[in-house]
Ligand binder design. Structure first.
Ligand SMILES: Cc1cc2nc3c(=O)[nH]c(=O)nc-3n(C[C@H](O)[C@H](O)[C@H](O)COP(=O)(O)OP(=O)(O)OC[C@H]3O[C@@H](n4cnc5c(N)ncnc54)[C@H](O)[C@@H]3O)c2cc1C
Length: 177
């Protein structure tokens, strides 16, 4: 990461990306791999956005990202990471229960796999089964909705050049409503 100087404004770029979070850096890496000249501008003194960690005394804290899903071999996130990395990344499984919430002494486990999680939540809150199912249906709908472009079309990353990027002027609220 280099400090910005007016020298950068003298060059021509195919794309200027504001923000060096996972979104910005992933986009920049894809464009750079496709031979584009990219400038990433970051206002923080550290790159990475929500992937930062910081230390206080002997403890290390993650400010955002602490685990990732969709990492099976053929899934979108996994393909993107393999595409932008020099060597394929190896991911460590979080185990069957990837998170636990303890609220007022009651323990709620989060198992991996959508159906397992739905069953577990309905088990904890049987009266809310309709709302829980609806919530997961809405997440599925919003994930499949083409907000900027439909990322699922990226499955064949070798064909990136042939892709037609389309901008849709709808927001998440439109999808959920
Ligand atoms: C507490 C927390 C826990 C999370 N846990 C997980 C998790 O476990 N798993 C998971 O998958 N996701 C998790 N997320 C979500 C995930 O971290 C974010 O979705 C993802 O990191 C967002 O990436 P981004 O590139 O969109 O934005 P950010 O990471 O927010 O990056 C945006 C960058 O843009 C910079 N910026 C903004 N405005 C400007 C400007 N005008 N000029 C220059 N730079 C600018 C910011 O400084 C920042 O560096 C979590 C989020 C939070 C808050």
């Amino acid at each position: 990461m280099k400090k910005y100087t007016s020298e950068y404004s003298k060059h021509k770029y195919d794309a200027i990306i504001i923000g060096s979070g996972l979104g910005g850096l992933t986009t920049a890496a894809i464009l750079a791999k496709e031979g584009k000249k990219v400038l990433v501008l970051e206002r923080h003194f550290k790159g990475g956005g929500f992937t930062h960690v910081f230390k206080r005394k002997k403890y290390e804290w993650d400010i955002g990202l602490h685990y990732l899903g969709d990492l099976n071999q053929n899934e979108f996130v996994s393909k993107i990471f393999n595409y932008i990395s020099t060597d394929p990344l190896h991911w460590e499984s979080m185990g069957e229960i990837y998170d636990v919430a303890i609220i007022e002494g009651d323990k709620y486990e989060f198992p991996s796999g959508k159906e397992n999680l739905i069953s577990k939540l309905i088990g904890y809150f049987p009266d809310e089964s309709t709302a829980i199912n609806k919530y997961f249906e809405l997440i599925k709908k919003s994930l499949n909705a083409p907000v900027i472009f439909d990322g699922r079309n990226l499955y064949d990353l070798d064909k990136l050049n042939e892709m037609k990027f389309t901008y849709y002027s709808i927001g998440r609220a439109d999808i959920i409503n």
